[in-house]
Design a protein around this ligand. Sequence first.
Ligand code: EPU
Length: 418
Amino acid sequence: MERFVVRSGAPLSGTVRVSGATKNSGLKQMAGALLAPGVTVLRNMPPVADLDVMIAVLRAIGAAVEWSGSDELRIDATGSLHPEAPYELVTQMRASINVLGPLLARCGQAKVAMPGGDAIGSRRLDMHFRGLEAMGVELEVVHGFIEARCNALAGARVVLEFPSVGATENLLAAAVLAKGQTIIENAAREPEITDLAAFFNRMGAQVFGAGSSTIEIEGVDELLPVESEIMGDRIEAGTLLMACGIAGGEVMLEGARFEHLEMVALKLGEMGLRVSPTPDGLWARGDGRLSAVDIATLPYPGFATDFMPMAVALLTVCEGTSIVTENVFDNRFGFVDELVRMGADVRNEGRHAVVRGVERLSGAPVQANDVRAGAALLIAGLGADGETTVYGRRHVDRGYHDLAGKLRSLGADVEALA
Ligand code: EPU
């Protein structure tokens, strides 16, 4: 069974380069490449398991996708496309839903399997649907598939009920080739949205205001393929910072951007971990046991939900009691019972968890059920006596490129076993 084995050891020390954000930014640009007939080249896209799924989705649609380097992908969307994303692929990875907007823009129709819920919550798509309908799309769910069609996409003003990352991305992708102006109000402000908008603008799109709550898009007639470099993975950087909080030590994270991690740095600072920007990335240092703080997750620039499981892992060994509130997903505390197996004192009720810090965790076999839960259990092992085995490694490999190797290069005793 694929697993990580981790033993606590010396404090972390050294420099590591943060990977490109393949899962949360790269996959969206792969879907966006469908908008431009020709060859799009995406760089800084290290392989993670979800990337294989998106490659299979694009190939099923009729694009040619191949590697042209260890972290460089070429997507040729020249030919006619078959606008259908199959059930077997979409149910493996929700980000497949990001082909909906591009397929409507390129083909005037799309058939995409409904992804369903997953381990962290129900994950509805109503905002994607309402926004696309406002742009002239007729849409229904039939036999488990979203069937959508339009004569021509028309610009519209869309107010999102919540700043959904996926809905903002899909509407942005639909709007860049729509007729007229689209305004997305209450848009998600995550750096991955800014990365996607910059990619579209390089292709010739007219997107203004990405990174703010109001995004304006003036539709253009065509987009041209470009070469693009994917942003550094801020979630991976945050994971390594929290690992440093648990194990102590001093680390340099090259390629991490302080402005993407300000709220994490602020919270970690309150806990006693020093985090500062450097010309190349981020520096962090932790001495001794950190102090408990309360955390509430929020859309960017708030404390991201994707950091929450790792933050809880860190808080389990801090001094004092913390209240952690999850405001984005309705069921993201599944990993807590596994931390309790390791001797953590955490009580979860609904959207809240009360974490009473203990001196040390105790190594145990545990099971990961999603990508960040797995990362949380892995770094918890750094603060646990003896050996921790994290089963369900495949969940971590969906989104992280060689997390064990990165921790090892900082001196941690971590193995990824098949
Ligand atoms: N929501 C709705 N209706 C919608 C869309 C979303 O109710 O139409 C709700 C969801 O159910 C959820 C909340 O809004 O409760 C946030 O969902 P959002 O659409 O913002 O998330 P997403 O696009 O599905 C991406 C990331 C997630 C990350 C969230 C929030 C990717 C591939 N996924 O998901 O990443 O947690 O944004 O930042 O980019 C992860 O990396 O571990 C991960 C889960």
